[in-house]
Ligand binder design. Structure first.
Ligand SMILES: NC(=O)c1ccc[n+]([C@@H]2O[C@H](COP(=O)([O-])OP(=O)(O)OC[C@H]3O[C@@H](n4cnc5c(N)ncnc54)[C@H](O)[C@@H]3O)[C@@H](O)[C@H]2O)c1
Ligand SMILES: O=C(O)C(=O)C[C@]1(C(=O)O)C=C[C@@H](O)C=C1
Length: 308
């Protein structure tokens, strides 16, 4: 086990990701201080009950004295929180985040950082459809990727510290350019969430039109496919508003593919459908074989597992 490179970690926002960081940090057994703050008093109260951290009454109080501050709030709150903590940050502090979109967080947060404070965006590609301080668990990041998207002038030594931090939490770490991250995540996470939300909307619409129990008797495919549509609406509103261009680009491509399949169904082009599904099945199976899914922890009570 390596040495934890930070002595005092501040978590701003105390939901699924922050509470998982807290549990995973405790699991390392390192002697380190964790302070935290969330906007809602109920969340602060619950975080204190759960012993997640020393709970403070403002973001600035939580960040004061920390050598690592992690912003664990929805994308739309990143800038406001950066403004709030800026006055108490001292040179040598690393500020990071866990937001699902990276180019916009760099724009929102970096300008508020005082001289000598380094902002390094990061994104653990791990989550569930649950949110809030009760949702976290220590194994969330085990064998999952955490993508770090530093700007070109970021000190490599500070990047290395953040890398070790995430590796200590069980994650595999890689570096990526922020815009590239946003395009990749638009395909693998953001568009799929939008499509899942849409599918639930379509089913509900059909239920109302036909007055039938279409959702009550929903098939396994529908349930697996739409698990992520139970995710937090604020988080996902903000993801789409901050990753607008990449999401629209991917939805454009998705629509083209959908139209091609729609046409094949209408014209009875079974060969096209068969060839398409054969290709995409092979791709999906290769993802599982590459360990992207099989390495994932068993979330047990934390989430309903999708079919593999
Ligand atoms: N849920 C996931 O699967 C997942 C995975 C990876 C990254 N992320 C990203 O991590 C971040 C947090 O997501 P989460 O799932 O932990 O959300 P969550 O809803 O569980 O927690 C968000 C927390 O932020 C607090 N908050 C909101 N606005 C605030 C403000 N202005 N000041 C202080 N606190 C504020 C809320 O009170 C809550 O405690 C988001 O940016 C999200 O995009 C989420
Ligand atoms: O498993 C889930 O519930 C998730 O949606 C997690 C998920 C994802 O799309 O993989 C969601 C958003 C994040 O930014 C990272 C992870």
């Amino acid at each position: 086990m390596t040495t934890q490179p930070f002595r005092h970690v501040a978590l701003i926002g105390l939901g699924l990701i922050a509470s998982s960081i807290s549990h995973a940090l405790r699991r390392t057994g390192h002697d380190l201080r964790i302070t935290g703050y969330a906007r809602s008093a109920a969340t602060r109260h619950r975080a204190a009950e759960l012993g997640l951290c020393e709970v403070r009454d403002s973001a600035a109080e939580a960040a004061a004295g920390a050598d690592l501050v992690i912003l664990c709030v929805p994308m739309g709150a990143m800038e406001q929180v950066a403004r709030e903590i800026a006055p108490v940050l001292t040179p040598g502090t690393v500020v990071s985040d866990v937001g699902s979109v990276k180019a916009s967080v760099l724009e929102a947060v970096a300008p508020h950082m005082p001289t000598g404070v380094t902002f390094i965006p990061a994104h653990p590609i791990a989550g569930t459809e649950h949110s809030g301080p009760d949702a976290g668990f220590a194994e969330l990041f085990d064998n999952r990727w955490c993508l770090i998207t530093p700007s070109q002038d970021t000190n490599p030594a500070e990047i290395a510290r953040l890398r070790v931090f995430w590796e200590e939490l069980g994650a595999r770490v890689d570096e990526m350019e922020a815009a590239h991250h946003d395009l990749v995540l638009a395909v693998t996470s953001h568009a799929p969430h939008l499509i899942a939300y849409t599918m639930v909307g379509v089913a509900d619409d059909l239920r109302r039109v036909t007055n039938s129990e279409v959702i009550q008797y929903s098939a396994a495919g529908f349930r697996d496919f739409t698990r992520i549509a139970a995710s937090d609406p604020t988080m996902w509103r903000d993801v789409f508003l901050t990753n607008k261009d990449a999401t629209l680009e991917i939805l454009g491509r998705f629509t083209e593919e959908l139209f091609a399949l729609q046409r094949a169904i209408r014209t009875g082009d079974g060969d096209m459908l068969h060839a398409y599904f054969t290709r995409t099945r092979a791709i999906r199976r290769s993802i599982v074989q590459a360990g992207q899914d099989t390495d994932a922890p068993d979330f047990g009570r934390h989430t309903r597992k999708s079919s593999r």
